[in-house]
Design a protein around this ligand. Structure first.
Ligand SMILES: Nc1nc2c(ncn2[C@@H]2O[C@H](COP(=O)(O)OP(=O)(O)OP(=O)(O)O)[C@@H](O)[C@H]2O)c(=O)[nH]1
Length: 582
């Protein structure tokens, strides 16, 4: 059975070299036109197997592959990866995760790992910029395993140090990786290929590794399905002279001029007709810029192509496209299913928004993994309606997380009025972390707010030789034995007798304090008592509590000392009211 080229995506942290690598691959792919087999693509670069044999020279040995080549998606980054979908998963059959050998794992590297795992996409790691290792001796386009042999012992050592550092960072993130030429079982370890996107070193090894993995593990997935074409829309463009065009990747079957196609939109699928299938002419054949394309009658997967269609209203990037018999074709239902968003919602939860179906699902996936309930979700900017609808439930749910989206002007006006917390970020897991931090902070805040609302258990003792004033008010030095005391609280003694009200709390220097906490020695002004009558040196006093306050305080986490002070207080109260607090 014939198999098609795997579709390959390139992901990684900003500036780690994704674009440079794709540029290098494009340069590689063009190669020698005389060698034939070079096909120009839209939105993708094909590296035919013949070219890979040439590039790899001796390192490939006598191996032969039936995989006809690799089709790299030209748009790098995990946003492209998640928004370009096929069969409900990612369009990419394989991925290359680019890591700068000097920088190691960065936020978007980790994000990419999460996404690859979520989509179960097999990947290899391109350890980029080896040419920046001190003393590295570069030879353009050489396989890494050969290039490495020519390096000085010290340079090799520095290289290995960097590599092992990254291998250990990866293992800390659950990825067990090793240098590709040291792996025996590719089902157990992720292949790490040192490369330089600048000099092209290691690029042959990378190609070989991708082809090898596709051949060993993806044969069934890549088996050419004959029949109606299936693809994914990359971009919708209006082109002068051609009208509405769609750049797309055809990943299965055949596409013919004149065929009827169903395409995903935000609403019901659009059914339209292909007016023309356009392939870019080789650069050296373009004499007139208006004549950049060749018309083809028929196209087989996998390929990147531009099609001119009669109508493209409402078509979104990342949408599925299928050849159908007519507007009643049952397979249109599949389009509806593929464009439908599958996110579990709960009665109480937060709102999430993202720029595309794939990224929204990625955000939902991470939220679920972090135990964050979702009540509402949607694609596109954060609107006034989102804000209004997020003010249900308790405060911790008054939150909107936005991935790669902006907030509309009229929504901004409502955010403050409805006390909605809006967090946006272009890294999914950073967004989840932001939410968790905010949640911790606001839980703490709520707790301390609650503490202010009612008296807290506290136990103090009046220090000997610290009577500064006898009455009106009495001013005495105390040590806080447990809990904390605040202005306005009433004090009682061990018998439950009233011992006045705290009017002020001050430190040694006379500064006014908000409170005195366990371990503090402070001076307090107490109104309603006289030293020598109701209170005395060495007396132990407690903060008086009311029953409703006691019930509230039980909901708050108390320290062991506070618990002891509380049980003392309860015992005192029950001397006069046996059922106090029950
Ligand atoms: N020395 C050296 N520089 C490199 C290499 N690969 C990339 N660079 C440089 O690193 C910088 C970032 O490379 P890009 O390809 O733009 O990185 P990117 O990952 O595509 O970045 P974004 O598109 O911004 O996410 C550029 O200045 C490149 O020239 C390499 O192998 N060696």
């Amino acid at each position: 059975m014939a198999i098609r080229q795997p579709v390959v995506s390139v992901l990684g942290h900003v500036d780690h070299g994704k674009t440079k690598l794709l540029d290098r691959i494009r340069g590689t792919a063009v190669g020698d036109r005389e060698a034939g087999a070079i096909t120009q693509h839209i939105g993708a670069t094909e590296v035919p197997i013949g070219r890979i044999y040439e590039m790899c020279g001796s390192i490939i040995g006598s191996k032969k592959f039936t995989v006809p080549g690799l089709l790299f998606i030209d748009t790098p980054g995990h946003q492209a990866f998640t928004s370009l979908r096929a069969r409900g998963g990612s369009l990419a059959d394989l991925a290359v995760l680019v890591i700068d050998i000097r920088e190691g794992l960065m936020p978007q590297t980790i994000e990419s790992i999460h996404i690859l795992r979520q989509y179960k996409t097999p990947f290899v790691i391109a350890l980029n910029k080896v040419d920046t290792i001190e003393g590295w001796n570069s030879t353009a386009d050489r396989p890494f395993v050969l290039s490495e042999k020519d390096q000085q012992a010290h340079t090799k050592e520095v290289f290995e140090q960097h590599m092992y550092e990254i291998i250990s960072q990866l293992s800390g993130n659950g990825v067990f990786a090793d240098r590709y030429d040291r792996i025996d079982d590719f089902t157990k370890a992720v292949a790490l290929i040192p490369i330089s996107a600048k000099t092209g070193e290691g690029v042959p090894d990378l190609m070989l590794m991708l082809i090898g993995l596709a051949q060993r593990f993806l044969e069934t997935r890549l088996t050419k399905e004959e029949g109606p074409g299936k693809g994914t829309v990359l971009e919708v463009k209006e082109v002068k002279g051609l009208g509405q065009t769609l750049d797309m990747i055809l990943y299965s079957g055949t596409l013919k001029t004149g065929a009827t196609v169903a395409i995903g939109t935000r609403g019901a699928p659009l059914v339209t007709r292909i007016k023309a299938i356009l392939k870019p002419k080789p650069l050296d054949e373009i004499r007139d810029p208006r004549d950049r394309f060749d018309n083809v009658k028929e196209l087989h997967a996998a390929a990147g192509v531009k099609i001119a269609v009669q109508d493209a209203t409402g078509v979104i990037a990342g949408a599925p496209i299928r050849v159908v018999k007519n507007a009643k074709d049952p397979s249109i239902q599949e389009i509806t299913e593929e464009t439908s968003i599958k996110i579990e919602t709960e009665e109480k939860g937060i709102t999430i928004k993202a720029d595309a179906i794939g990224s929204l699902e990625a955000l939902a996936y991470e939220a679920k993994a972090a135990g964050i309930p979702i009540r509402k979700y949607g694609i596109g900017e954060i609107t006034r309606r989102d804000v209004l609808e997020s003010s249900y439930g308790n405060d911790t749910h008054h939150v909107i997380l936005g991935f790669n989206v902006s907030t509309s002007k009229d929504a901004e006006a409502e955010i403050a009025t409805h006390s909605i917390k809006v967090m946006t970020n272009n890294i999914v897991y950073a967004l989840i972390d932001d939410y968790k931090l905010w949640l911790d902070e606001s839980t703490r805040q709520n707790e301390s707010d609650k503490r202010v609302e009612f008296a807290f258990p506290a136990k103090i003792t009046i220090l000997p030789d610290h009577i500064f004033r006898v009455n009106k008010p009495a001013v005495v030095g105390v040590r806080v034995l447990a809990g904390r005391i605040r202005v306005g609280e009433n004090l009682i003694d061990r018998e439950g007798k009233d011992c006045g009200t705290i009017k002020s709390v001050r430190d040694d220097d006379g500064n006014v304090l908000k409170e005195g906490v366990q371990g503090d020695e402070v001076s307090v002004a107490i109104e309603g008592v006289t030293v020598g009558r109701q209170i005395n040196e060495n007396d132990v006093l407690y903060v008086d509590m009311i029953e409703s306050g006691y019930k509230e305080v039980q909901k708050v986490e108390l320290t062991d000392d506070e618990k002891l002070a509380l049980s003392d207080t309860v015992a005192i109260k029950r001397r006069t009211e046996p059922f106090w607090g029950m």
